[in-house]
Design a protein around this ligand. Sequence first.
Ligand code: SF4
Length: 416
Amino acid sequence: MNSTHQDYEEAVPPEPGAADAVSTFLTGTPPFHTPAAPRGNVAAFLRRHFPGAGMRQWNDWRWQLANRIQTPERIGSMLRLSTEEQAALTGTGQGLPFAVTPYYASLLEPLDPTQGLRRCVIPVCAEWRPAPGECADPLAEDHDSPVPGVVHRYPDRCLFLVTDFCSTYCRYCTRSRSVGHGARDQRGRWQAGLDYIAATPQVRDVLLSGGDPLTLEDAALDWLLTRLRAIPHVEVVRIGTKVPAVLPQRVTPGLVRMLHRHHPLWMSLHFAHPDELTPESAKACARLADAGIPLGSQTVLLAGVNDDPGVMTRLFQGLLRQRVRPYYLYQCDPVPGTGHFRTPVSRGLEIMAALRGHTSGYAVPNFVIDAPGGGGKIPLLPNYVSGREGQDLLLTNYQGRSFRYPDTAGHPDPAQ
Ligand code: SF4
């Protein structure tokens, strides 16, 4: 038994108990205000679907990985599948695989196929319907890949795709062309990426992504971070992950102790809906934040999941409570099979207008389109500048009221 496992076990209550007791334990102290996510009773869920397993197993991330739900029969025993879901699950074989951790499955509404979280992870037949403009590699990452696993587009930073594995597959994944088909540990291809980064002095910032880098074992991640840290021009390492939302048990004291040795380290956490803000995810975020890792979030705008100002406000305010700064809200990329998730761009602008001024600026992310063809992230803002009259800039505030700003610098008064 390694130390990470021991750390987690030390923290597990001695007796399997009710979900409330587990949640209270996981929440820890000091208390924080967690919105009431529609949690089922974890103990009852375990008894029903994993007889013989207890809370010790539930809180073990390796158990969660080993017991992922990957077949129509298994998920069908937990959810009343709609005709659409049933057909998509039995017809899937190509493309993005289906997998959900037991933890995330416990958050799904058994009777409601329209639940946001369920739409995120349970396939439907709409995935088979092509929509105009879709492309397997919409961001042209393969074009900007100097060696397998590295995408170098921006001058001073690069993306290092260190695994194709995720614990849970999001049906709208931008990298659905590549994720889910390789082994969890793809160390064999890391050396080429490390060699490229070491030989490219303008790279001062490396973003580890995939797949989900936090599904790697501590030792593998430590090995990789140590080698990156040994490259003098790599100033910052970032990790993109959905683990706190789908596999929060992975964030063990051993993991954060290891990560703490590799500062400056930043993290981008992928959250889609406020129902993901459970006591368990809050605990995972707290452990990362306590290790001094600045946390930002990334969210994809998804029709029928989060394309609503109220839902987005709950998500972003909840993330702030979990010490995660909302960073990016993405317009959904035109990936094949995601037409049913895409909203008009105007919907995203409406949501931004509903956020700005109505809640603290820290809770307002940047709304961006990742430009098809590899143009990078382009920010979009509601229009707050309505024109100019002489030296005055005409502005509209968040309430729709008009104001003038004396923009005299660089604009001499024509009357003088
Ligand atoms: S966690 Fe990220 S990489 Fe994995 S399936 Fe979801 S969006 Fe794709």
